[in-house]
Design a protein around this ligand. Sequence first.
Ligand SMILES: Cc1ncc(COP(=O)(O)O)c(C=O)c1O
Ligand SMILES: N[C@@H](CCCC[NH3+])C(=O)O
Length: 444
Amino acid sequence: MYLHGTSRINDAGHLEIGGCDVTELKAEYGTPLYIMDEQLIRRRCREYMDAFAASGLGFQVAYASKAFSVMAMCRIADEEGLSLDVVSDGELYTALQAGFPADRIHFHGNNKTPFEIEMALDAGIGCFVVDNFVELELLQAIAASKHVNVNILLRVTPGVEAHAHHAYAATGQTDSKFGFDIGNGSAFEAVKQASAKDNLTLLGVHSHIGSQIFETEGFEMAVERVADFARRVKEELNTEFRVVNLGGGFGIRYTEGDTPLQVSEYVAAITGAVKKYFAGIGAVLPEIWVEPGRSIVGDAGTTLYTVGTNKTIPGVRKYVAVDGGMGDNPRPALYESKYEALLANRANEASVETVSIAGKCCESGDMLIWDVELPETKSGDLLAVACTGAYNYSMASNYNRIARPAVVFVQNGQSDLVVKRESHSDLIANDIIPARIAKQPVTK
Ligand SMILES: Cc1ncc(COP(=O)(O)O)c(C=O)c1O
Ligand SMILES: N[C@@H](CCCC[NH3+])C(=O)O
């Protein structure tokens, strides 16, 4: 397994992250456990901030909190000077409760409810990324009823087919549920309508082409199309974009086959393309915003499991089951995502067998890794799966009524709980047995 950030094998042959021996983390917090390398998260934040500062352009780096939305992470994003992208009342609530400044929060989503819009307006949110014509009307109406003015970006699809890790993660193409299409004229119409709304201030446009992207061409092409669109809008509507948001999507290394670029390379490509294509239209250079999620927290996360049972099918394979699975990491089942693993309590031992790591859910597709080389595994061993910081905790479920794991941040030999493990009482906390059912005699 590739060792990210501060991960290393210590003298005891145990995996250590942020100076904390994972066998000790297991003893203190139990498993499954999400372990987040705080130093690596902060390093990634700084890589973005430094690369943009070096470009000389105005910018905002908004952490896409959908990747991992917890209050402690919102605090780190704030401390590191990032803005925040939220897509629901729940993510907004999390950010506000963590004290994140509302004016640096951007609200996304293709179906914001009136409740969410009101909540965000009442909080004094920095910007809405408007997704469609229905929302444009709704936002204007609610903002007018509250006598407030709000900044907006229009989400556009530039017609770029990004090489995302899965078709579900590609969003820049015309046939997408998100945004106004540039190619079919709806983006132009949206600019016209938005400019005529009294309570909306149109700052510019937003384009997110997809996720887990390893090359710069898609981003550069999106900038070119957006610049071309900006030229038409300037010429025909006399409107200039002050902000261009290019979304997230910057890839990370999950397994050997993944070839991400350095953060600075993605940023240099984007800012270079903005300077090149916007210079051509004779407008002031817009401020550039981005929304990285996965590349801020993904490789900082490791999930620690305890090995339980195993089953060998002669001539076929050996299944090794762990105490978590698709409940804490739905990505292999959803996208056939690949991960690397390590026997964390005997990390120096040579691999002697190829096994497949099964989860404990009642579902054949609940497999975390097919075919990984490991030392001979026994019940009670610890298995670490790397690169689980993004879209794991945030996409976790209670399928089979399995409690969601705890999350700890580790740094300089210190571990801090940032999300408690769910308890049995948490699992039934919202259950109600209606009186009518409670009164029924139990039939035998
Ligand atoms: C609009 C938007 N912004 C940002 C992101 C974050 O993407 P990533 O985690 O790939 O950086 C996403 C998710 O793909 C998104 O849909
Ligand atoms: N959740 C996805 C990507 C989609 C991100 C949000 N647009 C993943 O785990 O890769």
